[in-house]
Design a protein around this ligand. Structure first.
Ligand SMILES: [Zn+2]
Length: 503
C-alpha cells in the first residue's frame, strides 16, 4: 500500500516490525526462518473501522432473524428458539427487518406472545434502531417506556404495540436486557478468533457504552486478544475522561481509548433517518453536537458522529465547521459514521473540513432495495463513495457488524462491485477501485487511529500486521474477487491465524 513501492517480491520481518521489502536479486535476510508464499499474496492486515464487537460476538450466539421473508416465518424461528430458553432467562435475538416482509406487516407484542408465552423476549431489528418486545418483557418496565430522542410505537388506543425505536429501544435494552461482562467476554473471545480468521488485525470498536474496554483488558490479560482496538466512548462520558486526564490514544499497543461517539439521527431501515424533507428523528441537534465537539476537544478527544439522513449529515458538518477553530489546531481527527445520504451541496464539505467519512462499503448493495424505496429520487447522493473519494475526502471502510458480517474482504468486494447478488451493480458510477477499497480498509483507518507511521502499510519500521491471501487480487477479474480467501493472519510478527506451512 506504499505508492513509492507498491509491490515487493519478499518481505523481511524482525521481531514485531517490518525490516524491509526485498527485491528478487537480494538475499539479505539474515534469519533462517523463511516462509515461501507459493504464489500467495500478502497485504497489510485489515482494519474494520466500525464494529460493535461484543454485540456482534454475542449475536453470533443469539436467535438470528436475517432473511425472514414474512412475519410468519420470523415467528416460526422465534417459536423454535423460545423452547430452548432456560427459565428466568431472556430470549434475545436480532436481524428482523419488517421492510423485507411480505405481506407488509409491523411486528406486535401480541404476535410475539403467541409463540413465546411467559418468556421475556427482546428482538433487535437488523439496524439496531428498533426493539420488538413481548408482554412479558414490557412488564419489566412497568409502563415507563418513554425516553427523549425515542419513539414508543402505539396503536389507535394509545397502547404500546411492542416496538420501541431509537433512544427508547436502547434505554430499554440497557436497563433490562443488558448482558453480563462474563457473557460478553466469552462471546468476544470466540469473536476475536473469527475476526482474525478473516484477516482482521485492528478494529475501531463502537461498544464503549457496553463496557467493551473492560472486556478488551480482560482478553489482553489472559493473552487472547490478537487485535488492535481503537475504542469509542459515549459522548456523555467526556467529563469522566477529562477528570482522569485520559486523552485520545491512552492505552497500550493493543487497547487504546480513541474517540467520543454521538448520534445525530436514526436509520434508513427504521425510517428514522433525519431528512431535509422534514422526516426522521433527531437524536442530537447541531448546537448540541457543536458543544460535544468543543468539550471533546478540550479533553483531547475527537468525535465520531453517526449521521444517515441528508439533514443529519448537513447538521453534523455544520457543527464541525463551526467548531473548527477549536479542534483543528489540536490535530484531532473527527469523523462522520455512515454518511449515507448526502445533498450535493454537502458532499465536498468532508474534504474541505477534514472530516473523515467512515462508511460501510457493504451497505450500498445490501441496502439498495430499501434505499430505492424510501429514498426514491435521491439515491444519486446515497452511498456516494466515488464522489466522496474524488472530492478528496478520507474514506474508511467498516462493516458495522453485527448489521453486516464482520468481514472486511466482503466489504472490499462490495465497494468494487456494488452488488452482492446476480443483479448488476447498483449506481455503478459510485464504484471504488480495488486499490481504493483496500486503502479504505488498511491505510485510512490506521490514520484515523493516529497510527499512520506504524500501521496500514508494509514498509520498514511499520508493525508486521499482515494477511496472506490465497491469490493476488490484482491479478483476478473483479467478478472473481469474492472467491479470494484469507489463508493466514499475522499480528506484530506473530502468526495469529493458520501459521505456515500451508499445503
Ligand atoms: Zn454502528
Amino acid at each position: 500500500m506504499e505508492p513509492s513501492l507498491p509491490v515487493a517480491p519478499a518481505l523481511a520481518i524482525a521481531g514485531e516490525w517490518i525490516a524491509g521489502g526485498v527485491g528478487t536479486h537480494e538475499r539479505a535476510l539474515a534469519s533462517p526462518e523463511v516462509v515461501d508464499l507459493g504464489g500467495r499474496c500478502v497485504l497489510p492486515g485489515f482494519n474494520d473501522s466500525h464494529v460493535h464487537f461484543p454485540t456482534w460476538a454475542l449475536a453470533q450466539r443469539q436467535l438470528r432473524l436475517e432473511g425472514t421473508a414474512s412475519l410468519d416465518e420470523a415467528l416460526e424461528r422465534i417459536a423454535a428458539a423460545a423452547g430452548e430458553v432456560q427459565p428466568g432467562r431472556w430470549l434475545r435475538g436480532t436481524g428482523w427487518r419488517s421492510g423485507d416482509w411480505s405481506p407488509p406487516q409491523e411486528p406486535t407484542k401480541e404476535a410475539l406472545d403467541r409463540v413465546t408465552g411467559n418468556t421475556p423476549a427482546a428482538l433487535m431489528a437488523r439496524d439496531y434502531h428498533s426493539l420488538w418486545l413481548n408482554s412479558a418483557a414490557l412488564a419489566h418496565a412497568n409502563g415507563e417506556l418513554e425516553a427523549a430522542g425515542g419513539v414508543v410505537v402505539r396503536d389507535d388506543r394509545g397502547e404500546p404495540t411492542g416496538v420501541l425505536r431509537e433512544e427508547c429501544a436502547w434505554h430499554f435494552r440497557d436497563t433490562y436486557v443488558r448482558p453480563t461482562e462474563d457473557e460478553l467476554l466469552e462471546a468476544s473471545r470466540e469473536g476475536v478468533r473469527i475476526a482474525v480468521g478473516r484477516g482482521v488485525t485492528a478494529v475501531h470498536d463502537k461498544d464503549g457504552w457496553l463496557g467493551a474496554l473492560g472486556v478488551w483488558q480482560r482478553l489482553r490479560d489472559e493473552g487472547s486478544l490478537t487485535l488492535r482496538i481503537w475504542q469509542s466512548v459515549p459522548a456523555e462520558q467526556v467529563d469522566e475522561l477529562a477528570a482522569l486526564r485520559i486523552r485520545s490514544g491512552f492505552g497500550d499497543d493493543l487497547v487504546r481509548v480513541g474517540y467520543l461517539k454521538a448520534f445525530m439521527d436514526g436509520t434508513l431501515g427504521s425510517q428514522t433517518a433525519r431528512m431535509l424533507d422534514g422526516s426522521g428523528v433527531q437524536i442530537t441537534s447541531r448546537e448540541a453536537l457543536a458543544e460535544i465537539v468543543r468539550c471533546g476537544a478540550e479533553a483531547g478527544l475527537p468525535v465520531a458522529v453517526h449521521a444517515i439522513g441528508d439533514l443529519a449529515n448537513r447538521e453534523a458538518l455544520d457543527a464541525f465547521a463551526e467548531t473548527r477553530a477549536v479542534w483543528q489546531p489540536l490535530g484531532l481527527r473527527p469523523r462522520i459514521e455512515h454518511a449515507q445520504l448526502l445533498d450535493a451541496e454537502d458532499l465536498p464539505r468532508f474534504a474541505e473540513l477534514g472530516v473523515a467519512a467512515s462508511v460501510q462499503l457493504s451497505h450500498a448493495p445490501s441496502d439498495r432495495d430499501l434505499a430505492d424505496r424510501f429514498w426514491a429520487g435521491k439515491t444519486a447522493g446515497a452511498y456516494a463513495y466515488r464522489s466522496l473519494w474524488d472530492s478528496g475526502a478520507l474514506i474508511a471502510n467498516g462493516s458495522d457488524a453485527p448489521i453486516e458480517e464482520l468481514d472486511p474482504w466482503a466489504g472490499v468486494c462490495a465497494g468494487v462491485l456494488r452488488t452482492i447478488d446476480e443483479r448488476p451493480a447498483w449506481h455503478p458510477e459510485q464504484r471504488l477501485t480495488l486499490e481504493e477499497a483496500l486503502q479504505a480498509t488498511t491505510v485510512n483507518p490506521a490514520w484515523l487511529a493516529r497510527d499512520e507511521r506504524r500501521r496500514g502499510k508494509l514498509i520498514p519500521g511499520y508493525l508486521a500486521d499482515l494477511v496472506v491471501l490465497d491469490r493476488d487480487p490484482f491479478q483476478v477479474s473483479p467478478e472473481a474477487l469474492p472467491q479470494v480467501e484469507v489463508v493466514a493472519t499475522m499480528l506484530g510478527g506473530r502468526w495469529v491465524h493458520n501459521a505456515p506451512p500451508w499445503e
